[in-house]
Design a protein around this ligand. Sequence first.
Ligand code: AHR
Length: 496
Amino acid sequence: AFAQVNVTVDASKPGAVIDKDVYGQFAEHLGTGIYGGLWVGPDSKIPNTKGWRNDVVGALKDMHVPLVRWPGGCFADEYHWREGIGPRNKRPVKVNTNWGGVPENNAVGTHEFFDLVEMLGADAYVNGNLGTGTPQEAAEWIEYMTSEGKSTLAELRAKNGHPAPFKVAYFAIGNESWGCGGNMRPEYYADLYRQWHTFLKAPQHLRPKMIASGGNGDDTSWTEVLSRDLKGRTEGITFHYYTLPTGNWDKKGAATAFPESEWFSTMTNTLRMEDFVRKNVAILDKNDPEKKIGFDVDEWGTWYDVEKGTNPGFLFQRNTIRDAVVAALNFNIFHAHADRVRMTNIAQMVNVLQAMIITDNEKMLLTPTYYTFKMYVPFQGATSLPVALSNNTTYGSNGQGVPGISASAAKAKDGKTYVALVNTNPHDATDVVLNVAGQNVGAVRGQLLTADAMDAHNTFERKDAVKPVPFSANASGGKLTIKVPAKSVLVVAVEG
Ligand code: AHR
């Protein structure tokens, strides 16, 4: 417990810029992720703007959401955009076959989605339907969203309330095409992608980045095939990885009241992201040395057993200090690979899986994960800096432990150097001695997120049980030591 970990940041060797879109969110038509959690409709008693909840949108603005992926997920491959435009009371009602078999009334469609991202000041990531759609349908959706000239679809967009084109930052061709998106092999997907990509046109300055749907977990074959066969045709290959405490999809582990063994296995499993990123990036470095293709982790986060008493198709789970630590560990990994990992989306923004926000009718609470995202805002668009750890502690025993401290650093747009420190150990604080090569460290100042219990979380009765507190430490005798509490996330700015 008295070990001192040395964390050395090299401010003289700036790395890649951490794209703001690394902090992206995912909002699927799933459970109450959109309906109820974000969208209540303009006639609701819940205060809203154009149908979107003011409380939820306000909180999301406070955490500077840079990017939202929509409409899925598995849902995307059964989504037909024409069913979601025009008067809402005339839109068809369908069965949401992926998520609980509930009615989908198409109240949220293209225009509503862009209202949301415009309110958030975020960019849009639209996920196209390769599974049950056609290249014509996708080409027309892109024309509808981006056409500026005289075209019937552009006029229809204007008639539906938006004369100016929408800005689509990313457009993905399919989702999980190895699974719910069509059970394809990567070679077949690559050929389909090439065909579709040929016809997905937009005015040059409004052209979305075209994204290929890639692999998941330890399967690197999708990255291998797609980076070989889609050269010059894609700006990003996606990757999905969910953190399950047990690693077993039939019995994933509980979100709260879990044993320490599952805190530990959650840390172990989430840190596998490092290995996955490394292996896939090595393939990209071989097939795409010019670094034209990003490695975009467009679904990640914890996935627990669904909360008892809730619809199993809605993927509702509670969110604790463990989730906050998981999020921070993943950010530290993404920062270290900022040259390739250019966009990610946590699953999902509201009420689904590792959510930022949980609602219950008119009530709303912010989760520990929300606070991790908010504390890391200075890293959006910052320049990553190399970090070396020595004498790190280990959490866990029998040679199977995980690093006690995880760290990352960057020079932010405000000119300051920021350091993020995470302590994976749920019992012991750790002393970190911070050095910044090329910069005097007189003090650090920032925010600390921690809690007493491993499953500490916010409830509607105690909304502030877990939230960040101000943190500072001063150098003494030319040395700056930071006591990083057990199970904590700490983000500080370095002062001279
Ligand atoms: O995020 C929930 C689901 O997980 C997504 O719809 C799908 O892409 C993945 O399997």
